[in-house]
Design a protein around this ligand. Sequence first.
Ligand code: ATP
Ligand code: MG
Length: 633
Amino acid sequence: MSTAAVRAFHQRSIEDREAFWLEQASLIDWQTPPTRALDDSRLPFARWYPEGRTNLCHNAVDRHLATRGDQAALAYVSTETGREFTWTYRELHAEVQRCAGVLQDLGVRTGDRVILYLPMIAEALVAMLACARIGAIHSVVFGGFASASLATRIDDARPTVLVTADAGMRGGRMIPYKPLVDAALAAAAHPPAKVLVIDRGLDADSSRVAGRDVDYAEAMASVGQREVPVVWLPGDAPSYILYTSGTTGRPKGVQRDTAGYAVALAASMKYIYGGQPGEAMFTTSDIGWVVGHSYIVYAPLIHGMTTVVYEGLPIRPDAGILWRLVERFKVTVMFSSPTAIRVLKKQDPAWLSRYDTSSLRGLYLAGEPLDEPTARWISDSLQVPVTDNYWQTETGWPILSAMPGVADTPRKFGSPSFPVYGFDVQLLDPDGHPVPVGQKGVVAIRPPLPPGCLSTVWGDDARFVSTYFSSFSGQQVYSSFDWGVADEDGYYFILGRTDDVINTAGHRLGTREIEEAVSGHPAIAEVAVVGVQDAVKGQVPVAFAVLRDAAGAATPAAAEALEREVFLAVDQALGAIGRPARVHFVTVLPKTRSGKLLRRSIQALAEGRDPGDMTTLEDPAALEQIRLALLDR
Ligand code: ATP
Ligand code: MG
């Protein structure tokens, strides 16, 4: 039985942890190979391969030069600027080496931080790899954040240098970056001494601050052909800081190590993603997110693949663009998000059959719950297995996933399948007791966290322990802050976030349960439910729904009638206890650029509070609609 093979593989990774991870260590190159895998003397802090010495950039670039120097390492396509090119591993190596020289000339030393505030350009990957090469710690800040968010991250990371571009482009619109960076630096208490500016020639008004700002092209030219050797680092040396998306609260600086991350990614390519060296992988995320760090940059390159780097939207110039790139680069492994697929699902399905996607072996989706209709539609259309994988910025790679490289298990729609090797996953009740099969519990991980996961919160060991390991009384177990349930076959299902629970008149209800009940009404396309403070009941659920056909709530009378129907649908599915106090109709819900619903902000508005950091909002009009909906009736 294939599921038995997966279970046995997982069991060995937990019970014979040391041997399992020492074996996986041979998937990467070392200057000094490790003789032991784990130092667990100070749990929940886990140090992986502490005596080994290696380097991420060496593993992603240099080690391929002898065998695949002329193979494409990076295929770049921007439908925003029309720029397209391919770099071989040899060319990428030359670029990275020069950029490392530039950073050194600007005073960057091993252990220093470098903030990258960049759009999806190849130079962003170059800068990341250049930092890794010299042991500098990069912190990529998503190029959609506003200056205040950037300033907060600057003050937390205290970078020596910040790398930016004159502008980004989105949907054909130029978005100036430089003025925003200038404002962030003015607001920050610890601004970097130097700003490296990549001039894309997009913003004619982009200005420079003398003595502080350095032109990237000029600096690269002056470095010339200087050799910049890789700096061999202890296995547990920090490689980067990445702030969580902040969907639920104040972002945390997730600190990643070096060797554990490289080994975890290399192993994931073999057991989960199943790409082969020499093939192309296409991840449609952004380098500002964890999926981008792991599966646009490091994993495909460590694995000797070609990474397809795309700047643009999935429906521009038309809804065939992603499939056109699959055909063109003969992509075998594709990684995207449920949101992107839902966007495509609304378009003409003919776009999919227009291109030859037969090179694809698998589509991987992560970041939010993958609903069954979306999963079914895309797997039928592409005729490849669709793998839902569940993970977090904190873990850096999947916690739950199918593992076709271990055994080809059948998928269940709506389930990210099984705990991944290395993760000692348990479903616990709030007191820390394992829940029986079929009952919901908090997805928890017994320490040590496997290689590749966060080693601490940057600069704040106490916050690492108090945030992640203090949810269950009397035991230090990692909390994911997500609810999950496992069925009798061992398949897991994610039910929503633990802070998305509504406590109404003493009953605890998950927002996702109520959302599913509301979605049961055929007129509803999408819905967000939040708990709103109530003097009598403690909290009451309030729903914001998008209709399939907006005309359904065009008049107040129609909206009221529809609201009553939705109440009945919820009563039937969940009981009157789950009935929302109100159903407001809107045409768009506030989501982040990475597709996550901003329930925290909706809730804040509904309670008359400040919605918080809204800078990565996909569509600012969405919040305005919530505000207006709340005023109405
Ligand atoms: P913050 O922690 O700062 O509030 P965030 O949790 O949104 O932000 P991420 O680390 O990007 O930041 O998101 C991880 C979360 O996304 C998971 O904890 C889970 O809630 C959700 N998630 C990711 N993948 C899946 C999936 N396959 N199915 C269901 N939920 C998922
Ligand atoms: Mg989170």
